[in-house]
Structures are given as C-alpha cells and as structure tokens.
Design a protein around this ligand. Structure first.
Ligand SMILES: C[S@@+](CC[C@H](N)C(=O)[O-])C[C@H]1O[C@@H](n2cnc3c(N)ncnc32)[C@H](O)[C@@H]1O
Length: 353
C-alpha cells in the first residue's frame, strides 16, 4: 500500500480517517522501477475499529479484525481487549455482517482462483475488448478516460484495472474476495491500487471519484438497491455511477438454472466445484463446442460458478434501475449496453446536490 492511499481510504464503519502503524515495508516492482510500499501494517479508525495491511493490501472489511485474527494477534499487543470491545458493542451488527458475507467471499474467491491471467479471457474478452466494453458501458472513450479517477467496486480478477492503468486511468480496485491478492501481485502499474472492501461499506472517501463502476456485483449482494445506494455517495458531483445488472429472461433453460441454483448454491462451496465439474461442465463443453464457442475449461467453469455458486443472484429490469437513479437525483440516466443476460446503466450525479 502506498501511504498516499491514506487520503482516500476510510474506516468502513465510522468513515473516520485511518491512522497507520507500519510494521514492515518492502520494495515492489512497478514497470521499470522498484518502489517501497507498506507491506504489513495496522490501520486504526475511530471507536476501536482496526484493519490489517497484509502483503501490501489494506483489508478494509468490517469483519477484518476476525478474518485476520492470526496476523492481528501477532502484531497488535492489546488484540484480545480490542476484539472483545468490538464483539460486545456490536453484537448484532457483527452477526448480520458475518451472515451476509461468509458465503459470498468464499464462492468468489474460488471462482477467481481458477482464472489464469496468462491464458484466460474475462467474460470472453481480451484486454482490448475489455477496454472497449468499459468505454461503451461508461459512455467514455479511451481518450476521455485518461486521468479520470475510477472506483471499481467489485473488481473481480482486477484485470480491467491493470488495463485501465495502462490507458492512463487511475483506479481504486476493490473486491470482497481474495481475488485482489493475485491481482495486486500481478499489477506493475502505479495507477491501479487494490483494496479489500464491501460495496455496502465502501471504505473510501465520499465524492472523490469521476466514475464509480460496479459490474455484475450489486446483484450478488443481499439487496441490490441498498448496495447501489451505499455506492452513490462515492461519486463526485458531475461524476458518473455505472452499474451492470442481470435482467430477467423468458427462457425455460434460464429459469430452470435459476431454480436449480436456489438449492445448489446452498451447498458447501468446494463441494459445488466438484459437483459442477462432473455434471454441468461436460454438458457445457459439448454445447459450447457445437455452437463454435472456443472457451477453455477454466473460462467455462468460471461461467458456471458465477451463475450457480453465489448466494444471491438478483435480476432487475432497466426501468427499475433507472428509478434508483431518479430517486437519488441523478441526471443523464441511460442504458449504455443491453443483451440477453443483463444491461449496463449510467447516471450523472447532480452538481447542485
Ligand atoms: C461476477 S463478479 C464481477 C467482477 C468484475 N466486476 C467483472 O465484471 O469481471 C462479481 C464480483 O463481486 C464481488 N462482490 C460480491 N459481493 C461483494 C460485496 N458486497 N462487496 C464487494 N465485492 C463484492 C465478488 O467477490 C466478485 O468478484
């Protein structure tokens, strides 16, 4: 983590600035130079909330004090008192957080763990295709994007953020799952910075970003509109909020799959992997090959896991999402991309708010 990131990140619960205690620094290679970054540290917020920086990445989820207890016990002398304080004073809140998050973190960590940065495409697109799609979805061009500050809320494998950085577009790339660890290791561009965080508790300063983009993420949370409303304060006046959402389909197979996933998604995440590998993957392989689709087996499995394993998979109509923007006084609301699976919609935050 660069220390300059302290200007942007915030405690996800209290929204206070974070005080940094450095444990260790390390040099990381960025393009042609090695730069020293904070490799391990603790970030302290108000009201006793605290978060680790592990292997260069700030872990800014509400439940970080528990998820990373081994690391924190080693480095925070009064860890036990701090943890007890948080547990006692936030009993119901923490129960709610743990219930809503555990499955999602595990299912997406497994999904992105399959992704091979060398060989795999992301949603069937290569690097240029991903940049083109981002431009289309956000209604920008490669040129207009240069210098714009992007918050990618739910960045998945983080490949897009590396591509944006190579285009001169700085971004904060956040995901709930540990997909950010491999993305961070791979990244050599100073303009892409990775953090762990929850879209419902965005650990960044409000009104800082020119573009807040969240693609295929809000529908994987327990309440899409709630997540939308948690992200909208991050957009600066005149900036854009761009979201990609699934939409309902009148298609027998689609609805059958949704019916099956209602049950199968409740199974243990690792078990689901093996189950789908011996059932859906062979069928998908044959059908896709017959249709001339050349996806490799990782890519197919990622598609299958993305549909079947997340705890939540909501579908919305464009008019419903447009209403979320209207309610929050966004202007210039438009659907920028629409296919049988879903659509991307943008809105511009009213300057007068
Ligand atoms: C379908 S993937 C899309 C990833 C990326 N935006 C893309 O288009 O390739 C959904 C991502 O949302 C992340 N996610 C789900 N719930 C989240 C939450 N509450 N906060 C942050 N990320 C979340 C998952 O970990 C996963 O990486």
């Amino acid at each position: 983590m660069f220390e300059s990131l302290l200007d942007i990140i915030r405690c996800p619960v209290t929204r206070s600035k974070l005080q940094l205690q450095v444990i260790s620094k390390r040099k990381k290679k960025f393009l042609n130079e090695e730069i020293e970054i904070v490799w391990e540290g603790i970030l302290y917020g108000d009201d006793n909330w605290f978060y680790p920086i592990i292997n260069g990445i700030p872990r800014l989820i509400v439940e970080a004090f528990d998820d990373y207890k081994d690391f924190l016990q080693k480095h925070v002398t009064d860890y036990a008192q701090r943890k007890n304080f948080l547990e006692e004073n936030n009993h119901r809140f923490l129960k709610y957080i743990r219930t809503k998050n555990a499955h999602t973190k595990a299912s997406f960590a497994q999904e992105w763990g399959l992704y091979n940065y060398e060989t795999d495409k992301t949603w069937d697109l290569d690097a240029q295709g991903m940049l083109n799609r981002f431009c289309m979805e956000t209604d920008e061009t490669e040129n207009s994007l240069k210098g714009k500050f992007v918050f990618d809320a739910g960045c998945g494998n983080g490949h897009l953020n590396i591509i944006l950085a190579d285009n001169g577009t700085p971004s904060i790339a956040m995901d709930f799952s540990l997909s950010i660890v491999r993305a961070f290791d791979r990244n050599e561009n100073l303009l892409a910075q990775f953090i762990q965080g929850d879209v419902q508790f965005p650990p960044v300063d409000f009104e800082k970003f020119d573009i807040v983009h969240s693609s295929g993420v809000l529908i994987a949370t327990h309440n899409t509109e709630l997540s939308f409303s948690c992200l909208s304060p991050c957009v600066q006046p005149g900036g854009k909020l761009s979201v990609w959402l699934y939409q309902p389909r009148k298609n027998f197979i689609h609805n059958l799959f949704n019916f099956i996933r209602n049950y199968s998604s409740k199974l243990p995440v690792r078990f689901q992997y093996y189950l789908y590998a011996v059932t859906l993957l062979p069928i998908s392989f044959v059908v896709k090959r017959l249709k001339g689709n050349n996806q490799n087996t990782h890519e197919m499995m990622i598609d299958i896991l993305d549909w079947f394993s997340p705890q939540y998979r909501w579908e919305h109509e464009p008019s419903e999402a447009a209403a979320w923007y209207h309610k929050r006084n966004f202007l210039g609301i438009k659907v920028t991309h629409n296919n049988m699976w879903g659509f991307n919609i943008i809105g511009v935050k009213n300057q007068k708010l």
